[in-house]
Design a protein around this ligand. Structure first.
Ligand code: AMP
Ligand code: MG
Length: 474
């Protein structure tokens, strides 16, 4: 058998093997398996190129097949576990920097933060009312003598004795002797005396000192992303300078001779560079710093030079040039630069021609050029990658559930992420696909507020079925 035939049967065998074998289990046991498979496929192609023979994938292109390198196409679940494992093994440890509390939104905490005092720092009244001893309320109504008034920000240094109460406001410290607060709504003022109409349990309407956290307890652990709530907690423990991880720099390199700068007036056969804008916004929201590299033409020398520039960043994102077209050169150039490929294609739609690998110690994603594919593959794979490179650890995608508004029929074998709208009807979330023309359609996608997730085994879905929904930007 000739080398070319051999290679072709290798690919076919690989397809059969993929169809029959639980590759996910192999990947889980041995994450190098995909890399080795990739290495073999590349080695074979290189040997054939050197011998002047046509490699299997090229043959397939000529024949118009849309199959990429079958040995490198993984399921969605496999793809995300490969991303998690590869970046996890690299154990990224971003450098630290100290920033002021006002600047930490979206950043990742690089130190454990402890409570500098008990939280709350005193037994705190959480209702306006009267502080007293709960045991004094055995018979109702009961009349108490009001001995003091304590607004928030003040304190009563005396003691509440049996039969006495203290008028107290939300946020004030409970006076010594008292062990509950009766809400003002359940009382009647009789001048110096107060009639109490309802009983209370001990510690009712009070939050005990240290019940949220005691002095010295860790309230925020290293690796936490700092949102408004965490910032509030940092403020509550007096943390005005905060150690955070440096944000990963993420190079964005769209490719394509037809792609022109947004500011430029495109000719009728050209396309504006929308991907760089989308990706830049997504990188920022994922906690990275976008680094725009301009647009790479479909020429190997220029592409190589721009990819090399991208390797100055912590992560390189390419868009376009990873399908089967004659001018889809991204993988070829990366391979020439010595890249390892962890997968080259995922069984998802949109976004099948997706590449993940490493070159010169830098991870890269080759995202498909179609704008919706670029967007979705970022959400699925790049967002968690940036999180890990930024010091948070792996954050799994959380899917929500909604009822399907209309029946839906799909081809099996792919995990689909379809632009959809979710709303609430009779207290249930309901989801419906938006009208869209496929993975190039940003108009349809902009009309969506979520993605309906259809799993490979879900071929027939009826109206009213509970289905998974991905909200973007988690
Ligand atoms: P490709 O993956 O290079 O074959 O491109 C697939 C489709 O996406 C083509 O229709 C391209 O014109 C389009 N495309 C590629 N890059 C971009 C970009 N940066 N912005 C908008 N559309 C793009
Ligand atoms: Mg292209």
């Amino acid at each position: 058998m000739g080398t070319c035939e051999e290679a072709r049967s290798f690919c076919i065998c690989a397809e059969i093997f993929l169809a029959l074998s639980p590759l996910g289990e192999r990947v889980a046991r041995d994450p190098d398996v995909l890399h080795r498979d990739a290495g073999r496929a590349f080695a074979r192609r290189r040997v054939m190129e050197v011998q002047g023979k046509q490699p299997a994938t090229a043959r397939r292109r000529v024949r118009g097949s849309r199959v990429i390198r079958a040995s490198m196409v993984v399921t969605y679940a496999q793809a995300i576990s490969v991303v998690q494992e590869r970046i996890g093994q690299a154990n990224p440890r971003p450098p630290l920097e100290t920033v002021s509390l006002e600047e930490v939104r979206g950043r990742v905490l690089a130190e454990d933060v402890v409570a500098d005092r008990d939280l709350p720092p005193f037994h705190r009244a959480i209702r306006d009312g009267y502080a007293l001893r709960a045991a004094d309320l055995s018979a109702l109504p009961a009349v108490f003598r009001c001995v003091e008034e304590v607004p928030a920000g003040q304190h009563f240094d005396g003691k509440v004795d049996p039969g006495q109460c203290v008028s107290i406001m939300t946020g004030a410290p409970l006076p010594v002797g008292a062990d509950a607060v009766v809400m003002v709504e359940h009382t009647r003022s009789l001048g110096e005396h107060i009639e109490i109409q309802r009983s209370v349990q001990r510690w009712e309407n009070v939050v005990l000192q240290g019940s949220e956290a005691v002095l010295g307890a860790c309230v925020l652990a290293r690796g936490r992303r700092l949102r408004a709530a965490e910032m509030g907690l940092l403020a509550a423990v007096g943390k005005v300078r905060v150690a955070v991880y440096r944000q990963p720099k993420v190079a964005i390199l769209p490719t394509g001779d037809e792609v022109v700068a947004v500011e430029q007036r495109p000719q009728w056969f050209q396309i504006r560079n929308s991907n760089a804008v989308t990706l830049s916004a997504q990188v920022t929201s994922a906690g990275g710093v976008p680094v725009g590299l301009g647009i790479a033409p479909d020429r190997k020398d220029a592409l190589r030079e721009m990819i090399e520039r991208g390797l100055d960043s912590d992560l390189l994102l390419l868009s376009g040039g990873v399908s089967m077209g004659k001018f889809d050169l991204v993988e070829e150039v990366l391979a020439e630069l010595g890249a390892e490929f962890f997968f080259q294609g995922a069984a998802i739609r949109p976004g099948k021609p997706l590449v993940f690998g490493r070159v010169r110690d830098r991870f890269f994603f080759g995202l498909p050029g179609n704008p919706v594919s670029t967007f979705v593959t970022f959400e699925l794979f790049v967002r968690p990658a940036i999180a890990m490179l930024g010091g948070t650890g792996f954050e799994p995608l959380v899917l929500l559930r909604a009822r399907l508004a209309k029946p839906c029929r799909q081809r099996t074998g792919l995990t689909m992420f379809m632009p959809a709208r979710v709303w609430v009807q009779n207290r249930d979330p309901v989801v419906e696909l938006v009208n869209w023309q496929g993975s190039g359609d940003l108009v349809g996608t902009a009309a969506a507020n979520c993605f309906l997730v259809i799993h490979p085994d879900q071929t027939e879905l009826a109206a009213g079925d509970w289905v998974d929904v991905m909200t973007e930007g988690q």
